[in-house]
Design a protein around this ligand. Structure first.
Ligand SMILES: Nc1ncnc2c1ncn2[C@@H]1O[C@H](COP(=O)(O)OP(=O)(O)OP(=O)(O)O)[C@@H](O)[C@H]1O
Length: 215
């Protein structure tokens, strides 16, 4: 399996706090859907945020697609290829309508408005969300917002998807749709989830975190 992303001996502390990640070494290979599990506060979300450069490690190495990532410019490039679906959709969605939210990433990547709108239509259709296209984003339900968040990330055609508690606020039927969507996507994934039944259907390998370390 081709190695896509790896970390070596990552350490991280929030400013003024005790160490949160201590020596995290892990690898993501093509075709894998890794379940990242552990108690509340183990450092799972923090690790996802480091993997896309939202926070910088205090030491250690992050490499992806054959190169090391250190500067903000490096992480800007990395964010084109690694997409993070946040735990809270309100952190991800900020445009008036669903179409504008989904178009935001492609427009930022330099697509024309016409091409971005084609991507919006394709992405929403692939997730069964076409009916939400013109809806006002902040008026969607929690579960609907979560699926639209996934659409905003998929519209950027990432090589790796990071998902933080993707089944939060989803009912059984929507969770079923999400499972079917995820297992049919080509991207490698790292998925933080406390939902055991969901993980059993989706993940191909599990990594356990405890106290900021991988066990
Ligand atoms: N911005 C912050 N400033 C200070 N401490 C933080 C901050 N964000 C998270 N932490 C702390 O870092 C530790 C790891 O938090 P993190 O959210 O990564 O854990 P988690 O494993 O994702 O937990 P959960 O399963 O509850 O989502 C926790 O002790 C948390 O309180």
């Amino acid at each position: 399996m081709a190695l896509l992303l790896e970390t070596e001996d990552l350490h991280f502390s929030y400013h003024g706090f005790e160490p949160c990640l201590s020596g995290v070494t892990m690898a993501v290979n093509a075709g894998e859907r890794i379940g990242l599990v552990g108690h509340n506060g183990a450092g799972k979300s923090t690790l996802l945020h480091l993997l896309v450069g939202l926070n910088k490690p205090s030491s250690g190495r992050i490499a992806a697609f054959g190169r090391d990532y250190q500067s903000e410019e490096d992480f800007r490039l990395l964010r084109r290829r690694v997409g993070l679906v946040f735990q809270d959709p309100d952190d991800q969605l900020f445009c008036p309508t669903v179409a504008e939210d989904v178009a935001f990433g492609p427009l930022n990547l330099g697509y024309s408005i016409q091409d971005a709108m084609c991507i919006v239509d394709e992405t929403l259709a692939s997730l069964g969300l076409s009916e939400f296209r013109e809806r006002i984003t902040h008026k969607l339900s929690g579960g609907q917002k979560r699926l639209v968040s996934l659409a905003t990330v998929l519209a950027m055609k990432p090589d790796i998807l990071l998902l933080d508690e993707p089944t939060n606020a989803l009912d059984e039927k929507t969770t079923r749709s999400l499972i079917d969507i995820l297992v049919n996507l080509p991207q490698a994934m790292v998925i933080v989830s406390h939902d055991r039944a969901f993980r059993e259907e989706v993940v191909t390998r599990t990594i356990l975190m405890e106290g900021g370390q991988i066990r």
